[in-house]
Every structure is written in C-alpha cells, then in structure tokens.
Design a protein around this ligand. Structure first.
Ligand SMILES: Cc1cc2nc3c(=O)[nH]c(=O)nc-3n(C[C@H](O)[C@H](O)[C@H](O)COP(=O)(O)O)c2cc1C
Length: 186
C-alpha cells in the first residue's frame, strides 16, 4: 500500500485553522520543582469525569513541563482572567518587560494570583498521543472567583461581552464572545 493512501487530505495549516475554531479558555499549568515554580500556558485543558473528578492537559513533548511532570506527578491549573493576557504570553515564552506573576502556594503547588478558577490535580494516567502527551489527573482542590475569563479563538485572545437580558431583568445577562483587544499568536 502506498504511503499517500494514509496521508491526511488536509494540510497542517488547515488542521490548525480548523482546530482554532474551537473557542477555549486559557490556563497556566504550574508545578513546584527543584525549589522553583514552573508555569506553562495551555488551552488543551479539559474536564474528563465528574466521579471521580478528573481533568486532563495535553502537553507538547518538547515542553519543559512534559519533562518535569512525570516526576512531580501533581500540577496546578489557573484559569486566566480577561486582564491576564500578558501572563498568558509570558508563560508561553513570549514575555514583555514589566510582566510580574504572583503565586500563592497551596498544598505545595503554586497557583497564579488573580485567576478565575484554580485546581490542583494528581496525575493518575499518562498517555502518549502523537507529538503530545495526555496527563490525566484527579482533582484534589478547587476554588473559583467571580471574574471574567480570558478566551482564545482563531489564534487570538478575546473576552466575554455581557448583553442585557432580552426579558428586561437587569440581572439576566447572556454572554457572547467579543473580539476586542485581540492580539495575534501563532
Ligand atoms: C493560548 C496558548 C495556548 C497554548 N496551549 C498549549 C497546550 O495546550 N499544550 C502545549 O503543550 N503548549 C501550549 N501552548 C504553548 C506553550 O505555552 C509554550 O510552548 C511554552 O513555552 C512551553 O513552556 P515550557 O517548555 O517552559 O514548559 C500554548 C500557548 C498559548 C499562547
């Protein structure tokens, strides 16, 4: 059988573009390793199971986090707030002058201050998956805050626009994706 029969009928670029149509939040995955905090921006974070409470993150096999996680076996997840775009870039290796990250230690795991939600999770399974590795983990701690999240869609940052409810009640509001202050990320 020729190899071309197995080649995907789309380019790498098309694959990325189509995947970019899936809107997500943005997280920073954190670990404490050799007396230092290491953080990495990730949007391939997902809920997996309610009972037991499981989440997963998909890590590029070239990332430092992938090298560290099998030995520390626990990670923090900070779901970024809409004003934390600079921190998202910082923990994706694209820092700008003056960016400062504050952490609070919880159960030995650093969690990023100012986030929308935090989780601490203990790795239960590690699955190699192509050029990435899936880290399935059981949630042992969580908290959330009334802040608005940072969103990622089509390779750009976005935030939620609040619409007044159609029924006139001041409290009833619908959210939709707004494209303000979007900054391109490859
Ligand atoms: C919005 C955004 C989402 C990202 N999501 C992921 C992801 O889910 N998995 C991943 O491996 N890298 C992801 N990255 C890239 C990593 O953050 C980047 O490669 C980082 O520098 C890796 O850090 P480390 O090698 O120091 O651990 C993302 C970057 C951005 C800007």
């Amino acid at each position: 059988m020729s190899d071309s029969l197995h080649a995907p009928a789309f380019s790498d670029r098309d694959f990325r573009t189509a995947l970019g149509r899936f809107a997500s939040g943005v997280t920073v995955i954190t670990v404490h390793h050799e007396d230092r905090t290491h953080g990495m921006t990730a949007n391939a974070f997902t809920s997996v199971s309610l009972e037991p409470p499981l989440v997963l993150v998909s890590l590029d096999n070239r990332s430092n986090m992938h090298r560290i996680l099998p030995s520390v076996r626990r990670y923090g997840v900070s779901v970024l707030a809409e004003d934390q775009e600079a921190l998202s870039n910082h923990f994706a290796g694209k820092t700008a002058p003056g960016v400062q990250a504050g952490f609070t230690m919880r159960d030995g795991i650093p969690l990023l201050d100012g986030a929308v939600a935090h989780f601490i999770a203990e790795v239960t399974e590690i699955h190699p998956a192509g050029d990435h590795t899936l880290y399935l983990a059981r949630v042992t701690y969580l908290e959330w805050h009334d802040r608005r999240p940072l969103l990622f869609y089509g390779g750009h940052y976005h935030n939620l626009r609040v619409h007044k409810g159609e029924w006139g009640e001041p409290e009833s509001s619908l959210f939709s994706i707004g494209g303000i202050d979007a900054k391109g990320i490859k």
